[in-house]
Design a protein around this ligand. Structure first.
Ligand SMILES: NC(=O)c1ccc[n+]([C@@H]2O[C@H](COP(=O)([O-])OP(=O)(O)OC[C@H]3O[C@@H](n4cnc5c(N)ncnc54)[C@H](OP(=O)(O)O)[C@@H]3O)[C@@H](O)[C@H]2O)c1
Length: 241
C-alpha cells in the first residue's frame, strides 16, 4: 500500500503542529498548510527527520486560489490525498456579546472557521473518492455545541465569543451534511473538540498540552474503515451537538 498523505491546515503552530507531528510519527506523509509560507516551511523543517515526512504548502483558508493551488500541487507531487484535518481557526471576539457583535468580525470568523473548511472539503473529496478512502476531521469546539450553549450551568457559560461559537456550530453542521452525502463511501467525516488546550488561542491557563489535545483529532484521522462517521467527539467519546 502506498503511504497515506495528510493535509493539516493552520499547522505551523499550536494544535495543528502537534497533529502534524503525531500523524507523521504514524508513517503518514504530512503536508502543513500555512498562510505564511515561511512559517510553514520552518515548522515542516523542525518536524521532518529520518522517520517523519513533513512538507508544507502556502494555504490561506480564506483564499480559494491558495486552496486550489495547494491541493493541486499535493496531487501533482504525491498523486493522492487521504486525510484532511481542518484545523486552522481564529477566535477574535472574546470581548463581545451576541447583541453587540460586529458583522465584519462575524464574517471574518465564519470565513476562516467554517467556509474555508467547506471549500477544503469540496476540493479534497473528489481525490478521496478516486481511491475510495478518506478521513476528514473538522476541529470544532464544545463552545459550538448547541447543547452546551443551552446549558445554564455549563463550565463554559462565562465565555462569550459568539462568532467563534456559531462558526463552530456551523462547522459541525457541515460535518453532518457532508458525512450524510458520503454515507455510501469509505470517506469518514467527523468533528473533534480537542479540549481546552494551551496554545495562543487557548491561552496559558489551559489544562491540556497540545500533544494531549491532538489525540482525538489524530484518532479520527486514522479511523479504521468501520469507524464512526458524522459524529462529534472529545477524548475519543461522542459528545452532544
Ligand atoms: N486551544 C484550544 O483550547 C481549542 C479548543 C477547541 C478548539 N480549538 C480549535 O483548534 C484549532 C487550532 O487552534 P489552536 O488552539 O492551535 O490555535 P492557534 O495556536 O491560534 O493556531 C491557529 C492556527 O490557525 C492558523 N490560521 C488562522 N487563520 C488562518 C487562515 N486564514 N489560513 C490558514 N491558517 C490560518 C494560524 O496561522 P498563523 O500562525 O498564520 O496565525 C495558526 O497556525 C482551531 O480551529 C481552534 O478553534 C482550540
Amino acid at each position: 500500500m502506498q503511504k497515506r498523505v495528510a493535509l493539516v491546515t493552520g499547522a505551523n503552530r499550536g494544535l495543528g503542529y502537534e497533529v502534524a507531528r503525531q500523524l507523521a510519527d504514524l508513517g503518514i506523509t504530512v503536508v502543513i498548510g500555512s498562510r505564511d509560507l515561511e512559517k510553514g516551511e520552518a515548522a515542516a523543517e523542525s518536524l521532518a527527520n529520518d522517520r517523519r515526512m513533513v512538507h508544507s504548502r502556502h494555504l490561506d483558508v480564506t483564499q480559494a486560489t491558495t486552496i486550489q493551488a495547494a491541493i493541486g500541487s499535493i496531487i501533482d507531487q504525491y498523486g493522492r490525498l487521504d486525510i484532511l484535518v481542518n484545523n486552522a481557526g481564529i477566535m477574535i471576539d472574546s470581548e463581545t456579546t451576541i447583541l453587540e457583535l460586529d458583522l465584519t468580525m462575524f464574517q471574518n470568523t465564519l470565513e476562516t472557521n467554517a467556509l474555508g473548511p467547506l471549500l477544503l472539503c469540496q476540493a479534497c473529496i473528489p481525490y478521496m473518492q478516486e481511491n475510495n478512502y478518506g478521513r476528514i476531521v473538522n476541529i470544532a469546539s464544545t463552545l459550538g455545541s448547541l447543547t452546551d450553549i443551552a446549558t445554564p450551568d455549563s463550565a463554559y457559560s462565562v465565555i462569550l465569543s459568539p462568532a467563534y461559537r456559531l462558526s463552530k456550530t456551523l462547522l459541525n453542521g457541515l460535518t453532518v451534511l457532508i458525512a450524510k452525502e458520503l454515507r455510501e463511501t469509505n470517506i469518514l467525516v467527523n468533528s473533534a473538540c480537542p479540549g481546552w488546550v494551551r496554545t495562543r488561542l487557548g491561552g496559558d491557563q489551559a489544562p491540556l498540552m497540545p500533544a494531549q489535545g491532538a489525540e482525538t483529532p489524530v484518532w479520527l484521522a486514522t479511523l479504521p474503515d468501520d469507524g464512526p462517521r458524522g459524529g462529534f467527539f472529545r477524548e475519543k467519546r461522542p459528545i452532544p451537538w
